[in-house]
Design a protein around this ligand. Structure first.
Ligand SMILES: [Zn+2]
Length: 213
């Protein structure tokens, strides 16, 4: 017997049994009209991140796309799943905000710092090229931090620079650039700490991340 599948089935049974009348009404309402999510949330595929839980949102509020390292290929370079999600969320659904959410202890960031770890994963290695510029910037920044005696682990610097780079990539997408120009869309970068649930945010084109009060 597939014990994992059984575990998942039991989870569905429990979910259905535990739905409160208020939630049932909420779900019914959610399908009664077209979805109108206010936010596109782009984060890592890491199993320890739960976008709805950390933002206290429910069905219909957040349009989510996830991939290894919360990356957004620049427009035209890898047209596919991520670019289609962005276009649909911004142009068709009219989301008003995009979050790019990186996180602590990210395997993708560690893999960027240890190239040999992807020797047998050519697809992963190819995908990580989307953060190559962040690696270059982070390495230089880290050297400056050592000189200034403000040293942090290189992976922490890289995690931040990756989010900032992916925001730049996001803005190369025509639907995003157009919506920003019209004043219909804002963008923020987040770092989610999976150990304590804290979030640091870079908004309004900030290049630094500020802890959420
Ligand atoms: Zn990750």
């Amino acid at each position: 017997m597939d014990t994992v599948l059984e575990q998942l089935k039991n989870g569905v049974r429990r979910f259905r049994a535990d739905i409160s009348p208020a939630q049932a009404e909420f779900f019914a309402q959610a399908v009664a009209e077209p979805q109108r999510p206010h936010t596109l949330f782009i984060t890592c595929a890491d199993s320890r991140i739960d976008p709805n839980a950390i933002t206290a949102t429910g069905p219909g509020e957040v349009f989510v796309t996830r991939n290894i390292g919360n990356m957004v290929p620049p427009y035209g370079e890898m047209l596919g799943g991520v670019s289609a999600v962005i276009e649909f969320a911004v142009a068709a659904l009219g989301v008003r905000h995009v979050v790019i959410c990186g996180h602590t202890d990210c395997g993708a960031m560690k893999a960027l710092l240890d190239r040999s770890s992807t020797d047998k994963m050519p697809s992963v290695r190819n995908w990580l090229k989307n953060a190559q510029t962040a690696l270059a910037v982070a390495t230089t920044l880290h050297e400056h931090e050592i000189e200034a005696h403000h040293e942090r682990p290189l992976v922490d610097v890289l995690t931040e620079q990756n989010v900032l780079l992916q925001i730049q990539h996001l803005k190369t997408h025509p639907s995003v650039a157009t919506a920003i120009t019209l004043g219909n869309l804002t963008v923020s970068g987040w770092i989610y700490d999976i150990a304590d649930g804290n979030v640091r945010i870079a908004e309004n084109n900030d290049l630094t991340f500020t802890p959420l009060e």
